[in-house]
Structure formats: C-alpha cells, structure tokens
Design a protein around this ligand. Structure first.
Ligand code: NAD
Ligand code: FES
Length: 295
C-alpha cells in the first residue's frame, strides 16, 4: 500500500497529492508517468509525475477528477493509502537524457496549459538544478485556475502567466503569448508544450510557423498505460507509435493531432473501441510483446 502524505486543492477541481513511494521516487525522471489504482476494483489511472523527493521517498501527482476513478481518488485524504502506484513508466524527457552540454546551449521555452503545468514543473526544476534557466509560459482560463505559480517562479528563468480572460498576467491563450514573446525579440531553439490536446495542436501550428522545434506530451490519450489497450496509438510522421510505450513525449510537428483526437473520442464508447480494433487489426495494441500486439 502507498500512503498519501499530503492531499490539497490547488484550484477548484485540481488536486495535488504527495504519495509515499520510495522505489519510484528513487528512480523516476521528469517526463515519466506512474499508474495509480485506488483499490482492487479501481481502474488504472496514468498520471505524469509532477515532482519527486528522493530523500523523503515521495512522488507528487496532480489531477482533475473527471471520471469515476479520479473522483474516487479525489475523495482520499492524507493518511489514506493507494493499492497500486506503479512506475516510473515511459521515457524521460529528451532534455534530461541528452548531453548536458548540448542542453546548456539551448534557449528553451516551456508552454504549460492548465493542469499541464504539473508535468512541466519537474522538467523546469531539473534544468534549474543543472544551471539552465528556461522561459515558461503558464496559461489558464482565469486567475483562479493558475496553479503552481510560486513553485514555478523559483525554478523558471522567466515566468509568463497568461489567462484567456485577461484576469491575471497577460491576456489571451498560450499561443498568443508565444507569438508575443517572439515579436518582443525572444528566440528559442526548442519548445516543450504540455496541456490539453487542442492546446498542443495549436501550439505546434504556431511554433511550426515560427520555426521552433516542439515536443509535446501525449499523456491525455493514455488509458491503461501498459501498451495493451491500444487507446494511445498515434501517428508520428509515417510511424505508428503508442504514447505509453514509445512516449509520452514526441516531436509535436510530426503528430497527426486530428487523428489522435478523433481516436480519443471514439475510444470513449464500446462501439468505437470495437470499430478501432476491427479497423486496426493486430496493430491496434501496443508493443508489450505479450498481447498479440504489433511486434
Ligand atoms: P484548459 O482547457 O483550461 O486550457 C489551458 C490553456 O490551454 C488555456 O488557458 C489556453 O491558454 C490553452 N488553450 C486551450 N485551448 C487552446 C486552443 N484552442 N488554442 C491555443 N491554446 C489553447 O486546460 P485544463 O482544463 O486545465 O486541462 C485539462 C486537460 O489537460 C485534460 O484534457 C488533460 O488530459 C490535459 N493534461 C495533459 C497533460 C499532458 O501531459 N499533456 C497533463 C495533464 C493534463
Ligand atoms: Fe493503453 Fe497505451 S495506454 S496502449
């Protein structure tokens, strides 16, 4: 069992939990995810790691209660325990794994949308700890939905908050903030955009126009997080990939977002899932090697 050390609301309907998970905390890296299961009847919930403390042996998750399982998770408090907390899963961010001297030369822009601010944080923190100051745009619908501002302020080179309704910081969506920063003379070698699918799609259209290579995290399309359900299949360039096995981060300029969002919508119904299985045949599943997958 995995004890919840802290549970608090960051904003309406956005919850942060610190969970005691010594083995995960010891080896996880920014960009990876874990799978939570509240009890033996609970669904598997894949969540990107929002922070970790190797000494304390804790891992931070941030989530929105949307379905039954995330509502059940949201109902727990400090002192309660989770049945499963599996990970770290997926590949760490490229910025963390590439040669540090290469990363140090890059002018890096993070674009965090809403709850997507949580997975951006450990990457910016890691870079800060290695002497690299990245610019960060945090976008939210309105002031009360801006999360982790103080934490991000401490690790970002420059932090730009923008709200859709202009109630705090700059006014407008994150794509406008990207364009404005570049118009103000900022130059970037790489952009990492993490947030809702629609945001990542439009960030990629914007950065393509501006000539900034862009990485996105495809966590939103994951369901079981094991490479077996087939939910997170996506097309990257001319290749079929699975977000949970091959990602979750990919070259955003190569992703077919429209297809991924259409699949995401179809996956919500049993009829849609059956149709996808029929259309995709053996390549429907991911690459675990045990499930008649695409190997
Ligand atoms: P939201 O809808 O409030 O959007 C956050 C920001 O994204 C907005 O303030 C805006 O600046 C930008 N945005 C939204 N639509 C846009 C568009 N069409 N063009 C340009 N910018 C746009 O976000 P939310 O409700 O906090 O996010 C919830 C979603 O975030 C869930 O769907 C969840 O799956 C996703 N999420 C993704 C990740 C990830 O790893 N990619 C991690 C956590 C959550
Ligand atoms: Fe099920 Fe990736 S989430 S195959």
């Amino acid at each position: 069992m995995f004890k919840i050390l802290k549970a608090e609301h960051l904003a309406e309907n956005i919850i942060l939990m610190d969970v005691e998970a010594k083995r995960v905390a010891k080896s996880c890296e920014p960009g990876q995810f874990i799978i939570v299961r509240v009890d033996e009847k609970g669904e598997r919930i894949p969540l990107t790691i929002a922070d970790y403390d190797r000494e304390k042996g804790s891992v931070t998750i941030v989530f929105q209660p949307i379905g039954a399982s995330t509502h059940q998770l949201a109902g727990l408090k400090a002192g309660d325990s989770l049945m499963d907390f599996v990970g770290p899963l997926g590949r760490p961010s490229d910025l963390i794994t590439e040669d540090l001297e290469v990363t140090k030369k890059k002018r890096i822009l993070f674009v965090a949308g809403g709850v997507g601010t949580a997975p951006v944080y450990p990457q910016v923190k890691w870079l800060h700890e290695h002497g690299i100051a990245a610019d960060v745009i945090v976008g939210a619908k309105t002031k009360s939905l801006v999360i982790m501002e103080e934490m991000m302020e401490k690790v970002a080179g420059n932090l730009y908050i923008t709200t859709d309704d202009g109630s705090y910081g700059r006014s407008g969506m994150v794509t406008k903030a990207i364009e404005d920063l570049v118009a103000e003379g900022k130059e970037y070698d790489v952009c990492i955009a993490i947030g809702p699918m629609i945001m990542m799609k439009f960030c990629c259209l914007t950065t393509k126009k501006l000539g900034i290579p862009t990485v996105v995290s495809m966590n939103p399309i994951m369901v079981d997080g094991t490479g077996m359900c087939g939910a997170c299949r996506l097309t990257v360039g001319d290749e079929v990939k699975f977000a949970c096995v091959d990602g979750p981060e990919f070259d955003g300029h190569k992703i077919n977002f429209d297809e991924a969002m259409k699949r995401q919508a179809m996956y919500r119904t049993e009829e849609g899932r059956n149709l996808l299985k029929f259309q995709e045949g053996d390549t429907h599943h991911g690459g675990c090697g045990h499930c008649g997958g695409d190997e």
